[in-house]
Structures are given as structure tokens and as C-alpha cells.
Design a protein around this ligand. Structure first.
Ligand code: HEM
Length: 433
């Protein structure tokens, strides 16, 4: 089995290995050799090596459930072509069109939460991000129906399991849920094609999208690609938004600045991409949330060709990967790395020509969305939804954490507080509504 338990569950594993052996060392994972690499240079090396000497690798259960026709499981030239095609649904112009739906769903959720007063936010945020993703990807007009949400949860629960296809196993249940989800996606695709209008949501834009040679995605592949977008696009956001709420409640002085900024820049009325882009304090608070608690802790790779790193040889066939959480917690890269300090991004922005902190992925040291040829396809979608959520929350809510709850972090599948973040929401005193 090797050190799988340490690798998956010990948040200090990478740092401990680095302290003992330096930035390049060796371990074993599920009977395979693995090169543990750390530090910005090695992150950049792996980003540059995508499709050249490393490729994505997944456990058998994930591969079987995702299927071969998805961006996450495609390789080489095909992967690059599919990215160009799928990216047509994530361009700035497309995102502008998604904002009103995001805003409507977030505002409605916040009003429901305010009526309840005290509630566990994690499951609520999860339902919200799924609702938004399903509406934009499957064209659901009403709130997503419960059976679909359950099927999706069952599907996700089987992704990292033993791939035994039996009625009682998590994997077997996930396979059946996948069949129903794919059928649902086929129905959504057929209904849209039948209506004669494609529309401007993700489904519509992907139906209209064309490959370099002018061909469109086939119905089967489109459904599988959308299933992965749905998966990739909501668990991570749920983690980011839940942890943002927790950190805002724990750091009222930071939340006060976010609220003051929203009151100044976007106090009422429909949100615009332009106004959200001017929320500098809010952006820093979100960026720092993703630094401290990155929703994706690490990404695995398989070496397809032998390569050299810092005087060592990593043979073809070995596993390797880059580690986001360890990079973000490296004291040499971030002073007092365990401290929540959004202002550290002010320094980043000064040295970044676009003022966009995520551009620092290129330096290999701030990489919540990964980097290189597999950098998160939904990065701008995620950043937009996070800013919209933060602005609408700040407009309406004061946050207090319920006392006595367990706020230690559960890491798998995404980091979030064990208690589910039981929070009291009340209308903000200065609210303009
Ligand atoms: C805060 C939210 C998010 C975070 C932190 C995040 C993080 C990441 C990371 C680290 C990767 C790279 C994985 C690797 O190197 O193997 C990735 C890939 C990906 N993400 Fe995201 N993601 C987020 C939201 C989204 C959203 C909203 C979508 C879609 C709507 C999305 C779609 C994808 C896809 C399709 C890939 C695979 C890209 C490829 O293999 O070419 N993500 N994400």
C-alpha cells in the first residue's frame, strides 16, 4: 500500500519530507514508486512537462466512472483540442451571460438562510453550487430536483473507491447513478436540439462550439464532458465558499472591510462583472481563503518519459505530482503561512501586470487552480461565482459561528469544517435593502 494514508490524510506529510530530504525524494504509493517533488521550480517543471513527460493519472474507480471521453481523462493533442472547444463556454463574454442566473440563485438562497437564522452552511452551499451548475449546464429552470442531487452524490461517493461493480458497493451504486445522470443529460441535450434554439448557457454554447476542424462534439461525448464539468464545478466551489464564510466569521475586521467595499462599489441593484472586478479587498479575502484552504490539495501525474530534476532521474512509469497545499503553507514563500492575511496579496498585485493574483500560478507558488496545460478550465467561472457570492453575502448578512462546534478540517474529498459550519445569519445593520 505504501504511504497512501500519509499522502492522503497527513496535511504535513509533504513538509515533513521536504524538511528531512529536500525538495526531491522518493516514496511508494499502492505498490508504485513515486517521486515527491516540492517547491515553485518543481511545480513549474511539472506544468511545463504536461503531455511531454507527465500525464494525468486516476485510480481505476475514477477512470471507470468518468469514462474515457472527458477532459480529465483525455491526453495529448486530443486533450488540447477538447480544451479549446470546451473553453468556448468559459470565455469572458459567456461569463457575463451567466452572472444574472448566479446572482438570482445566490440571492434566493441567502434570503432562505436569513429566514432560518441558524443553520449548517456547508450542505446549503453545496446545494446552491450544484443548483447553479445544473441550471447552467443542464438548463434546469426550477431548483434542481432532489433525485438528481442524490444521484450526483452517489456518483461522487464512488469516484475514489474499490471498483467492484456489485449492488451493495459504493462503486456499483455510483455506476447506476451515472447511468441515470447520463440519461438525464441526453434528455437535456435532445430537448435543446429539439427546441431549435441553443441558448447562451454552458449547454447551449457547447452545442454550438466547433473543433479546429469545424466538427461539433457528439451527443455521447458532450454528455460525459458535462458530467465532469458538473462534478469539477461544484465540490471545489462549495469548499471555497464554506471556508470563506468561516474565515469571515472568524476575522470580523476583514469582513467589515469587505462589507464596506461592497457598500461603496456595488451597494444595490444587479451585479456587473465590471463592479465585481473593482472589489479589491473582497478579491484578496477570497484569494487568501484559497491559499490557506485550497479545495484541491494536490494533483497526481504519471511519468511517461524519464526526466531529470535537480540532479535526480525520475524513471518513466513512476508516479509524481504537484502539491498545492504544501506550496501554499511553505514559510519560505509566505510569511507566517498559517495566518489568514488577505493583505499579503497587495504585494503580489504590485508585481503582477494584470493585478490578477491568480496569474501568480505562473510563478509556481500560488496555484489553487493548478497550472500549465491542465490549469482549471473553470477558473474564471469559479472566481466570478465566488465574488458574486461574497458581494451578495456582504450586502445582506452578519455572520456569527455557533459556539462549541468542531471546526477542525475534514480534508477528503474537499476541505471543510467537520461541524458543517453551523452559523447564525442575521440582516446586516447597515444594509441598504
Ligand atoms: C474554487 C473552485 C475551483 C478550484 C479550486 C479548482 C481547482 C482545479 C485544479 C487545481 C485543477 C487542476 C487539476 C490537475 O492539475 O490535474 C482543476 C482542473 C479542472 N477544473 Fe477546476 N477548480 C475549481 C472550479 C471549477 C469549476 C467551477 C469548473 C467548471 C465549471 C472546473 C472545471 C475543471 C476542469 C474541467 C478541470 C480539468 C482541466 C483539464 O484537465 O484540462 N473547476 N481545477
Amino acid at each position: 500500500m505504501g504511504e497512501w494514508f500519509q499522502i492522503l490524510f497527513n496535511p504535513r506529510f509533504g513538509a515533513e519530507r521536504k524538511a528531512e530530504f529536500g525538495p526531491v525524494s522518493r516514496t511508494r504509493l499502492f505498490n508504485r514508486d513515486m517521486a515527491l517533488l516540492s517547491g515553485p521550480e518543481n511545480n513549474l517543471l511539472l506544468f511545463r512537462g504536461e503531455h511531454k513527460f507527465v500525464e494525468a493519472t486516476w485510480p481505476a474507480s475514477t477512470l471507470k466512472l468518468l469514462g474515457p471521453n472527458t477532459l480529465s481523462t483525455q491526453e495529448g493533442e486530443l486533450h488540447l483540442r477538447r480544451r479549446r472547444l470546451l473553453a468556448q463556454a468559459f470565455r469572458p463574454k459567456a461569463l457575463v451571460g451567466y452572472l444574472p442566473l448566479m446572482e438570482a440563485r445566490i440571492s434566493a438562497a441567502i434570503e432562505r438562510w436569513l429566514q432560518r437564522g441558524e443553520l449548517a452552511l456547508y450542505p446549503e452551499i453545496r446545494a446552491l453550487t450544484f443548483d447553479i451548475a445544473a441550471a447552467l449546464m443542464m438548463g434546469a429552470h426550477e431548483r434542481t430536483d432532489a433525485a438528481l442531487v442524490r444521484d450526483f452524490e452517489t456518483f461522487a461517493a464512488g469516484l475514489f473507491t474499490i471498483p467492484a461493480d456489485l449492488p451493495v458497493t459504493a462503486f456499483g451504486r455510483a455506476k447506476r447513478a451515472r447511468r441515470r445522470l447520463i440519461a438525464h443529460l441526453h434528455a437535456a441535450i435532445d430537448a435543446r436540439l429539439g427546441s431549435g434554439e441553443t441558448g447562451q448557457d454552458v449547454l447551449g454554447l457547447l452545442l454550438a462550439a466547433r473543433d479546429d476542424d469545424g466538427s461539433a462534439l457528439g451527443r455521447e461525448e458532450l454528455a460525459e464532458q458535462m458530467l465532469v464539468l458538473l462534478f469539477a464545478g461544484h465540490e471545489t466551489l462549495t469548499s471555497g465558499l464554506t471556508n470563506f464564510c468561516m474565515l469571515m466569521a472568524q476575522h470580523p475586521e476583514v469582513y467589515a472591510r469587505v462589507c464596506a467595499e461592497v457598500d461603496r462599489v456595488a451597494p444595490r441593484g444587479p451585479l456587473t462583472v465590471e463592479a465585481l472586478g473593482r472589489l479589491a479587498d473582497t478579491e484578496r479575502a477570497l484569494a487568501e481563503t484559497l491559499r490557506l484552504q485550497p479545495p484541491v490539495a494536490a494533483a497526481f501525474r504519471k511519468c511517461t518519459r524519464t526526466f531529470e530534476v535537480a540532479g535526480f532521474t525520475v524513471p518513466a512509469g513512476w508516479l509524481t505530482g504537484y502539491r498545492i497545499r504544501d506550496t501554499h503553507r511553505d514559510g519560505a514563500l509566505f510569511a507566517e503561512p498559517g495566518r489568514f492575511d488577505p493583505d499579503r496579496f497587495a504585494v503580489f498585485e504590485e508585481t503582477c501586470p494584470h493585478g490578477r493574483v491568480h496569474a501568480h500560478a505562473h510563478e509556481g507558488r500560488y496555484l489553487p487552480f493548478g497550472g500549465g496545460a491542465r490549469i482549471c478550465l473553470g477558473m474564471e467561472f469559479a472566481r466570478l461565482e465566488m465574488r458574486a457570492f461574497a458581494a451578495l453575502l456582504a450586502r445582506r448578512c452578519a455572520l456569527t459561528l455557533a459556539p462549541g462546534q468542531d471546526l477542525t478540517m475534514k480534508q477528503v474529498p474537499v476541505p471543510r469544517p467537520r461541524s458543517g459550519l453551523v452559523t447564525r445569519l442575521s440582516p446586516r445593520a447597515t444594509t441598504t435593502h
